[in-house]
Structures are given as C-alpha cells and as structure tokens.
Design a protein around this ligand. Structure first.
Ligand code: EZ4
Ligand code: CO
Length: 403
C-alpha cells in the first residue's frame, strides 16, 4: 500500500480549522487535525509545501518510521508549527491503520481501559451570580466536573468570559483584541467565586479553574492556598511554564492540584514538571503534541510519576482531534479527565463523527479508524477568515502581560 496524496483543507464554519487528508492507492483514506489557533496558515503551508511531497509513495502503515522521518528529517526539531503538522500526519495514519485492521482505533492502542471518558464542561459568567447559575445548569445537564471562570469586578474583558452573549470562543478578532488585567483584583475575587460555587454545587461535583499563565509563582502559590477550602480538581496554568523550576515554589505552599501543558508540543516540555512531580495532570493534546504516537510517550512517562492525563479540548481543536483523543482516553491507563467545549452544530456537520456526549461522559465510536471524517463540499462553503487570540495588557500602565 502506498500514499498517493496528502491534501490540506482549510475551512471556517464559525472558526478556522486545518485538516489533512491522506489518500492511498487502495482507496483507504485518513484525516488528521492540524489547527493551530491564530497561526493556521503556517501549519497549512508547512504541510502542503514541505511535508506532502515527502509522503507520496510511502507505506502508510509505517507510521512510527514516518513520525521519525518528519521529526528528525526536518533537522529543525520541535515547536508548535512542526509538531502540529506531524500530529496531523500521525493522526491520519492511525486512522488508516485502524481502518485497514477493521478496528476502532483504541483496539490498536491496547484496547478498552474504561467504559466512558469523564469530561469537564465550561461554566462562565460576567459575575459570580451568573457563573453559579451556569455551574448549576451544567450540573443539571449531568456534568460531573465543571470549570468555572467569571468576570472580575473592575476589569473590562477577561479570559473565558463571552463578550457576545453567545458561547465563549477564544479567537475573536481580525486583529488581536486587547484585554486588561490586574492580578490583585483577580486574586481577591477568585476565592469568593469558588466559595459561592462550592456552596451551590455541594461536595460531589469536581470544580476546575484556568489561570491561563497570568500569575507570578508566588501569586500562584497564594491562589492555590486560598482555594484549598473549596477542594478544586485542579488549577490550570497557574504561572508561565517556560521556567519549570517555578512550579517547585507553588508546590511548597499548596496542595491544590495543578494541571499544565496545553501549549506544550513535545515530551521535552513536560519532562521536568513530570519527573520532579511538580504537576498532577498533563494537558498535552493529540493535535499540538505530535499526534497519538508522541502523546502515548508523554502519558507513559507521566504514569511513572502518578501524573494523569487531562487533554486540552477547546473548540479550536477540531472534531477530528476529539475523535482521536477519545480513542486515546478510552485506552490510556493513567487517564484523568478530558476537556469538552462543544462545537456548534455547523462545525459538527462539517466533520461527520461517531463519538457522542451523554450526561458528563464522552463515548468514542466503534467504527474502524478514529471515526471522524470531513465533508469537503460543505467545508468549501466556509473559506478561511483571519482570526487572532487576544492580547492582555496591565490595567495600570498598558504593559503587555500573558493572556
Ligand atoms: O485559551 O484553546 O483550557 N483551555 C484553554 C483554551 C485556550 C484556547 C487557545 O486557543 O486555555 O481556551
Ligand atoms: Co487552558
């Protein structure tokens, strides 16, 4: 069997998605997600101009060799653009391999480890009262784990809170929107938020929160400590993770569990945090961390240190990523939780899929492969529209801050 084509499809059914479709001389095809929010066309070009010509004529079954061919063969290693491109190839090739075997993908990884995948949903509101209502609405819908984000008094626009009244969508401007920030206001407000949320939901529901890299290590330690009475499942990205030693300081001060890694793209980004037991959950995804082949290596390293998986699952990852992630989650022994931010009906119709959500759990399908495809005719009706993630500036003086 030989690869005959590797085509890149860029579409915007409400948000941009980059998809790689690999075709073979025996008619079996596979798809992978290559969406890198706000930098989509860089990955599209990397795949189209630099990767596709090297795939033609190769045996699609040799996905391990192709992974190393693309990783070592580029000479320039790692980085989000390269690793997202490799991930798309890897996901499409696992799809093909599983279709050839006539098996759902999780069977090729080692089979089922659980009956379903626990997810956490997103509850957001302009203030505490609205966020509490949203958390309760999610609890009624059956969510067992809920992320709570709220507007902060005195701050205009804050991460995770919709400005349109519709569902929150991270990339929202044809040039980057500008948000404002003040850590002191946020640090005063967040424990009040979780005091109200915990009181409303009771003890059984897991609560999560995303700090989105905005605090210093010491501020993050203070936040973790102040949230201990509300027993969070995790705080995510409490500080920037380039200097991983910083997490030792946070750890010294708080037992609030920590999740990091949605912006990581390789096992090397995770190594120190995992080996020094500075985190509890690793958030790397199929799409941004080199595909199933590489994510499996990260999960195996994490398992040695009792770190569990908690993959990123925002709407900027396509339904193809979710399909692949659910097969991975169904297999991976050290599974923790899966983020779930529902796509719109239109997005879902562009990507026909066999996975489904029911009462706080996601279920991968049983069809051969990862169970997701792209409707190219429908996708063609929604051409690419430039969109950026916002930037964040300090309210005090306009200094650029992590968003
Ligand atoms: O900001 O996916 O935990 N989820 C997140 C996301 C990210 C976006 C960036 O594209 O942090 O909302
Ligand atoms: Co996050």
């Amino acid at each position: 069997m030989k690869i005959t084509a590797a085509r890149v499809i860029v579409c915007c059914p409400g948000r941009n998605f980059v998809t790689l479709k690999i075709e073979t001389d025996e008619g079996v095809t596979g798809v992978g997600d290559a969406t890198l929010n706000g930098r989509e066309l860089a990955v599209a070009s990397y795949l189209q101009d630099h990767v596709a010509p090297c795939l033609i004529g190769r045996d699609p079954q040799q996905l391990e060799d192709i992974w190393h061919y693309l990783y070592k063969g580029a000479y320039w290693r790692r980085g989000p653009v390269t690793m997202t491109a490799i991930a798309a190839v890897d996901t499409a090739l696992w799809d093909i391999k599983a279709k050839i075997a006539g098996q759902p993908l999780y069977q090729l990884l080692g089979g089922r480890s659980r009956s379903a995948v626990m997810v956490y949903g997103h509850a957001t509101g302009a203030d505490i009262a609205q966020t509490v209502d949203e958390v309760l609405r999610h609890q009624e819908e059956g969510y067992r784990a809920i992320r709570a984000q709220s507007g902060v008094p005195g701050l205009d626009k804050v991460y995770g809170v919709s400005t349109t009244g519709r569902m929150y969508e991270p990339a929202d401007g044809s040039v980057p929107a500008e948000h404002d920030w003040d850590s002191a206001k946020y640090l005063r407000h967040t424990p009040e938020l979780f005091e109200a949320v915990r009181l409303a939901v009771g003890e059984e529901t897991h609560l999560l929160h995303d700090v989105h890299h905005r605090l210093t290590p010491l501020e993050a330690a203070q936040l973790g400590k102040s949230l201990e009475p509300y027993r969070l499942f995790w705080i995510e990205d409490p500080t920037e993770a380039e200097n991983q030693q910083a997490f030792a300081l946070i750890r010294q001060h708080t037992t609030t569990p920590i999740a990091v890694g949605e912006v990581f793209n390789s096992i090397w980004d995770c190594k120190q945090l995992i080996e020094s037991q500075l985190i509890d959950y690793i958030r790397t995804t199929v799409t941004h961390a080199g595909g199933i082949t590489h994510l499996r290596r990260i999960a195996d390293l994490a398992a040695l240190y009792q770190v569990r998986t908690g993959s990123h699952g925002a709407t900027d990852l396509s339904p193809i990523c979710m399909g692949a992630a659910l097969h991975f989650d169904t297999w991976v022994p050290n599974f923790g939780i899966q983020e779930y931010m529902p796509h719109s009906e239109l997005m879902l119709s562009v990507f026909p899929h066999d996975w489904r959500y029911e009462r706080g759990m996601l279920y991968c399908g049983e069809s051969p492969g990862h169970g997701v495809d792209i409707d190219e005719k429908l996708a063609a009706r929604y051409p690419y529209q430039r969109a950026y993630l916002p930037v964040n500036r300090l309210q005090r003086d306009g200094s650029l801050h992590s968003w």
